[in-house]
Design a binder for this molecule. Structure first.
Ligand SMILES: Cc1ncc(COP(=O)(O)O)c(C=O)c1O
Length: 480
């Protein structure tokens, strides 16, 4: 490294916390000249001191704030409180006369399957309504595939050697956890604003027969809010896979969870796959966890007739039937597709201000910081905050020490390892608005402090290197 290139890097480091700038204007507005280094070093230390003071003051408030899991708030749960008195002590018959108090009906009552048919993009006969957790359906589908194989498998996955899943990143930690627990190799692929990098996906699935599945969060994804474009969905449906029993785990958890008045619709994966001769490729999942009651909702599955038959056959040794009382009360409460959307508008009224608050605070406090970015989701439960490389864990630690619980850094990546240590998932749904504001302010402070710490350290390292280099070369270092 030459003195000149060191000077440039030092300027760059200063610029990182002093200002955002375009890469083709390395010097403009930044303290990058040798003359400015001494001043810059003082500035960077001063920034760090100021941020440290603000952080200490924040910490001294002794707050207890939580932005970890994407849970609905009590205010949201109250929207569905009527469910608790349904269907009532005298009215528990389904439309075909089934006594919902009793055993039976593995697939779920017809009116419940009809209710969610549009949301899932499948005919009621292709819908299964289960108990309260779609995650458990996903988990079970993986386990059944290991133990029995899918309806297209030559043998159970457990007899087929290594099994791998594509994992668009950033993604949902609970998906990764299922893979981890059952020894599924996770292959990360980058997720953009309109879905995973399809060139990469197509290349991988075409050549690697151990790739049996892929996690997809097609709408308002957890954690970035990405929405898959029709072109991406078309390619997922059409792509050639080396594994004949390849499955897309289409976790449409946020299908109706809009945050704006633009109710985004995406292409129908079941129809597209069928059109391309791959009808069994998608397993579609959703639930009412974030429509009605997170702990007492309905889990939903939709797929081809063959896959539905396969799943129901797996249920036979496991259960004598789902909780149909819960299905009945959901039907009575939500009524129809319009009823679901009306309820989701009420959720939006609670949630949109919380998301806006976080965005306003980040805009005000962090827009000037280089390499700090955040997503602006149009639905779902999360904002993703990207901090400078190597700072995410530090931000989460600083936040924890100041009383703000954040999802662990790295949770958005397989095995909890974000190779760039940049990604932080922000979940603003659970706390009340005033707490969301306090937490966002606190997080912004932690980002500023972590960034300043990193810049100060990098600067100190470079100055030391420059001094050493100058001494070795017999030059007088130009930076004090
Ligand atoms: C993408 C995604 N899928 C599934 C779940 C869990 O859904 P359920 O409550 O139906 O198990 C969540 C919860 O946060 C989620 O974000």
């Amino acid at each position: 490294m030459t003195i000149q290139s060191m000077k440039f890097e030092i300027g760059d480091t200063l610029g990182q916390i002093c200002c955002r700038r375009s890469p083709d204007q390395p010097d403009k507005g930044c303290l990058s000249s040798t003359m400015a280094h001494a001043q810059g070093t003082r500035d960077i230390n001063q920034f760090q001191r100021q941020y440290q003071q603000s952080y200490d003051a924040f910490k001294a408030k002794g707050l207890k704030l939580n932005l970890t899991r994407g849970k609905p708030s009590s205010e949201q749960l109250d929207l569905s409180v009527e469910l608790l008195s349904l269907p009532g002590a005298t009215d528990y018959l389904a439309e075909d006369g089934t006594d919902c108090r009793n055993y039976g009906n593995l697939q779920g009552i017809a009116e419940a399957r009809r209710l969610f048919s549009a949301m899932l993009g499948a005919a009621p006969e292709q819908v299964v309504v289960g108990n309260n957790s779609s995650l458990s359906l996903m988990h079970d589908a993986v386990v059944y595939s290991f133990l029995k194989g899918t309806c297209d498998s030559a043998a159970p996955w457990s007899q087929q050697g290594e099994i791998a899943f594509l994992c668009p990143v950033p993604g949902y930690d609970r998906h990764f956890r299922i893979c981890e627990d059952y020894g599924v190799r996770m292959v990360p692929v980058p997720l953009g604003e309109d879905g995973p990098n399809m060139d990469e996906v197509e290349r991988l699935v075409a050549s690697d027969a151990s790739l049996k599945g892929m996690w997809c969060l097609p709408k308002y994804s957890n954690p970035t809010g990405a929405v898959y474009s029709d072109a991406v969905i078309e390619r997922l449906a059409a792509m050639k896979t080396a594994a004949a029993d390849f499955r897309i785990y289409w976790d449409n958890a946020y299908a109706v969870h809009h945050l704006t008045d633009e109710r985004i619709e995406i292409a129908n994966i079941i129809e597209r796959c069928a059109r391309h001769g791959n009808p069994n490729r998608p397993f579609v999942f959703a639930s009412t966890s974030k429509i009605t009651l997170a702990g007492a909702g309905l889990a939903l599955f939709a797929s081809s007739p063959e896959n539905v038959k396969w799943l129901l056959a797996r249920f036979v040794p496991r259960t004598i039937g789902p909780d149909k009382i819960n299905q009945l009360r959901h039907v009575r409460f939500l009524k129809n597709e319009a009823g679901i959307l009306q309820l989701m508008d009420k959720h939006r009224a609670v949630l949109a201000p919380k998301f806006q608050k976080v965005l306003d605070i980040f805009d005000a406090k962090l827009s000037h910081v280089a390499d700090v970015e955040w997503t602006r989701p149009k639905g779902g439960y999360f904002i993703t905050l990207y901090v400078p490389q190597g700072c995410a864990q530090r931000v989460v630690t600083l936040a924890k020490e100041a009383g703000i619980e954040l999802t662990p850094a790295g949770a958005t990546h397989p095995h909890g390892e974000d190779p760039d240590d940049r990604t932080i998932r922000i979940a603003p749904t659970f706390p009340v608005l005033s707490e969301v504001a306090q937490a966002a302010e606190g997080v912004a402070l932690c980002v500023l402090l972590a960034t300043a710490e990193k810049s100060a350290k990098r600067l100190a390292d470079m100055l030391r290197e420059q001094a050493e280099f100058g001494q070795t070369a017999g030059l007088t270092p130009s930076v004090p």
